[in-house]
Design a binder for this molecule. Structure first.
Ligand code: FAD
Length: 409
């Protein structure tokens, strides 16, 4: 039975970005009336899935019941948003219910478009076809890695944008490291087939990564885009400049193409890309001032990561509260994103950069030099960052994430 209700602030999406923003707003104004529209019973720490696929984390440590991460005082509307009517300050849910708001925050993430690769969906989780991009499949990656003794392992990367652009490589390096330790790497032909034209988008990190490409004898195939998979025959088809190529595989780690959620792309809030059309510094919508957007669903040209959402949430909290008070934005987001590239078990190349590929290290280089593989960075990823996520970011404690000042633009 469709109903209608209204709240001061409505947030669409209770993922990393939505929960962090609600928590940051409530820290600043505890009396605020916030509702979060979120259909999932489970909240996932997706950066942990790389570690599950590498046999480092148990899958269970990467998820918590949604009820446990909802900030105290938030109204959780357990449903999916279906459309936006910004002219009427209203969101409509899938069951036809309507939610009115004074201020809207849009954070439903990015959609994994598995269906864009012919034959993929029906073979995921069997025939040696896996992906760390799904909670239920990451353990299968680790199973395949342990079983493989010889043959060909292919790791794919689709065209941008994707969340965590380093994750396709992380899966590969951790697998190679295991095969090297087991003494079987010499019998396994490893290929990295990337639709893009470079190994990693920020050049400063490429030399450190190339050392590992060479160490593991990885065949680097750039401009090679996965378009079809025949699971039972273990054949993958790639589109390249020279035409289509079909490759046999024993293990195939797929990263799916990724697009804006359809209900957002179809709405008046969308930019041409389908993502929510916001100013890249203030994160305020370019046409509807009482709408903000952040996280993977945002139109900003930053690296789509939880680390980016950690920095964006306080910026939205500050600017959205000012909007409620009829004042202009004062906080600015500098494009920070981070990608800890797990090049071997125990070492990481810690890529941290902002708009335009500007390096933005969180630590002095004598402590952590992000352009080199380092042990301390591994400890950060394996121990500190999950803890900071659950106990800092999702609780409105803005460690390593204070709202930046307004940036001239
Ligand atoms: P999400 O966390 O995906 O949350 C979106 C939420 O919106 C979900 O809860 C979903 O249920 C909800 N939703 C969807 N549709 C609707 C709807 N119609 N109505 C209401 N709610 C809806 N980031 C890093 O910083 N470091 C890493 O090392 C890293 N590694 C990664 C490795 C992998 C394998 C993956 C998959 C991701 C990785 N990331 C990493 C990326 C990071 O997880 C995302 O960037 C981050 O989760 C984005 O937060 P978000 O809130 O925008 O989206």
């Amino acid at each position: 039975m469709p109903t209608s209700q209204s709240h001061e602030v409505v947030i669409v999406g209770g993922g990393a970005a939505g929960i962090a923003t609600a928590a940051s707003m409530l820290k600043r104004r505890p009396s605020l009336d916030i509702a979060i529209i979120e259909p999932s019973e489970v909240h996932a720490y997706q950066p942990g899935w790389t570690m599950v696929g590498g046999g480092v984390f148990e899958p269970e440590v990467t998820v918590r019941p949604m009820s446990r991460v909802m900030p105290k005082g938030v109204d959780w509307i357990k449903a999916a948003a279906a459309s936006f009517q910004p002219e009427n300050n209203q969101v409509t849910l899938q069951d036809g219910s309507t939610i009115r708001y004074e201020l809207l925050i849009v954070a439903p993430g990015i959609r994994l478009a598995w269906e864009k690769i012919a034959g993929l969906e029906e073979t995921l989780g069997k025939n040696g076809v896996t992906s760390n991009y799904r909670y239920d499949l990451a353990p299968y990656t680790w199973q395949l890695v342990q079983q493989l003794r010889k043959g060909r392992a292919i790791f794919t990367q689709p065209p941008m944008p994707i969340k965590c652009a380093g994750a396709p490589q992380k899966a590969m390096y951790l697998s190679c490291d295991h095969w090297l330790q087991r003494g079987v790497l010499g019998d396994i032909e490893v290929e990295f087939r990337n639709a893009g034209g470079v190994l990693f988008g920020v050049a400063d990190y490429v030399p450190a990564l190339m050392e590992y490409v060479e160490k593991y004898h990885i065949g680097l195939k750039l401009g090679s885009n996965l378009v079809a998979v025949d699971g039972p025959a273990q054949k993958a088809t790639f589109k390249t400049e020279a035409g289509e190529v079909m490759c046999d595989f024993d293990m195939l780690h797929v990263v799916p193409p990724q697009v804006a959620p359809q209900f957002l792309a179809d709405s008046p809030l969308a930019a041409e890309s389908g993502f929510v059309d916001v100013d890249q510094h203030t994160l305020q919508h370019v046409r509807y001032p009482n709408v903000f957007g952040l996280g993977d669903a945002g139109s900003m040209p930053n690296a789509k990561t939880a680390a980016a959402a950690r920095k964006q949430a306080p910026v939205v909290a500050v600017n959205a509260l000012r909007q409620l008070d009829c004042k202009g934005p004062t906080a600015g987001y500098d494009g920070y994103g981070s990608c800890p590239l797990t090049v071997e078990r125990g070492k990481i190349v810690l890529a941290e950069f902002g708009y335009g590929g500007k390096l933005m290290p969180s630590f002095p280089t004598w402590l952590i030099d992000g352009t080199k593989a380092q042990r301390l960075s591994w400890m950060l990823k394996a121990d500190a960052l999950p803890w900071i996520y659950w106990n800092g970011m999702l609780k409105g404690r803005e460690w390593l994430a204070g709202p930046g000042n307004m940036i001239a633009h």
